[in-house]
Design a protein around this ligand. Sequence first.
Ligand SMILES: Nc1ncnc2c1ncn2[C@@H]1O[C@H](COP(=O)(O)OP(=O)(O)O)[C@@H](O)[C@H]1O
Ligand SMILES: [Mg+2]
Length: 161
Amino acid sequence: MNGLYENEMRLEFASKSNNEAFARITVAAFASQLDPTIEELADIKTAVSEAVTNSIIHGYENSEGTVKIISKIFANTIEIEISDTGKGIENIELARKPLYTSKSNLERSGMGFTIMESFMDEVSIESVVGLGTKITMKKLIKKQEHQEDEKELDMAELGGR
Ligand SMILES: Nc1ncnc2c1ncn2[C@@H]1O[C@H](COP(=O)(O)OP(=O)(O)O)[C@@H](O)[C@H]1O
Ligand SMILES: [Mg+2]
């Protein structure tokens, strides 16, 4: 599958909650080459933050581990993969449900996956109990403007003939 994407970055860090800000800022810096709006950038940061927090709190349950992020840019879409080799999710369908949390005693909101789904265009969850979890999210940047640009380009081409 070489050559399908235009740019890629990989990041690995210890599962410490103070790395959560580092992760979201780094992904935002990588995403900024797509020239996103402030709002699109905020959506990406929030989604990354939720997924990374889940790996730290649920995947590793605050024990030592490594969180890995791979991000790719294809045309005007950013794909972000966040994975851990922690405990895994038993029931993915249940975990995705709004308000579901396995840690209600810790005052978790159970809204992490719902937030990721509302801020990103696509969210997929792969998980194997005992092996870990991988969240893949995609977001198309500047849908309107790119469509407008294409239209303008088409018009320019027509005008030139
Ligand atoms: N990386 C992960 N590893 C293991 N379990 C996870 C992971 N991410 C999410 N989960 C499970 O999915 C549930 C729902 O996640 P989420 O919607 O973010 O709610 P919350 O984090 O508030 O519990 C969690 O309570 C947890 O049981
Ligand atoms: Mg969460």
